[in-house]
Ligand binder design. Structure first.
Ligand code: 5GP
Length: 202
């Protein structure tokens, strides 16, 4: 059984990464890395499905015991990827989707150079602002904070391997493009170093 790929999908608030990732997760060969966070659940979010909701103390103690593959503080809350769960999923052959922000993505690439980093963007910054306000789940303060953060994130786009745009009503196209990226990565010579040996001895 070949180990699954580690696929980071980052996108600023309003990029539609939840929708696009849900489409990838319709497939049996993809699994979602359920992060731990200290932020409160939003309406409709479920503990253990969207996130593991834990206290700040618990989070800090899990960092200390080396349980986090990566973590960050984002808009006042901690977010992190549980290490053991991630390893188990990839060992089972599934591609693991890490829906994390840019600092986490950079840390992942430093630790796992084989990870594939995709930046998912709305068509433009003004479109992003419109989407965020239309969502109506956040206060104005939080929207402004997330927009400011989005500007910082896009400025760091050079640490990613690929950029995919999520146009209105075209989430399926964005998901298909990410699938193509994964397929191409799996066929890369870099990931198939023994081509000649395997070919000649088959
Ligand atoms: P939200 O509060 O909107 O669910 O997430 C805020 C940001 O934190 C998003 O950009 C999301 O992708 C990111 N995030 C979620 N989980 C993790 C994680 O485990 N690590 C890092 N570095 N970022 C995360």
């Amino acid at each position: 059984m070949k180990k699954g790929l580690m696929l980071v999908v980052s996108g600023p608030a309003g990029s539609g990464k939840g929708t696009v990732n849900a489409m990838l997760l319709e497939r049996e060969d993809f699994a979602f890395s359920v992060s731990a966070t200290t932020r409160a659940p939003r309406p409709g979010e479920v503990d253990g499905v969207n996130y593991h909701y834990i206290t700040r103390e618990e989070f800090l103690s899990r960092i200390d015991s080396g349980d986090m593959l990566e973590y960050t503080e984002y808009c006042g809350n901690f977010y992190g990827t549980p290490l053991r769960e991630a390893e188990e999923v990839m060992q089972s052959g599934k591609n693991l989707i890490l829906e994390i922000e840019v600092e986490g993505a950079r840390n992942v690439k430093a630790k796992y150079p084989d990870a594939v980093l995709v930046l998912l963007l709305p068509p433009s910054y003004s479109e992003q602002e419109a989407r965020l306000r239309g969502r109506g789940t956040e206060t104005e303060d939080k929207i402004l904070l997330r927009l400011a953060r989005a500007k910082e994130e896009v400025a760091l786009a050079d640490c990613y391997d690929y950029v995919v745009y999520n146009f209105d009503g075209k989430a399926r196209d964005a998901a298909d493009q990410i699938l193509s990226i994964v397929e191409a990565e799996k066929l890369s010579i870099r990931r198939n170093p023994d081509v000649a040996k395997n070919y000649l001895n088959a």
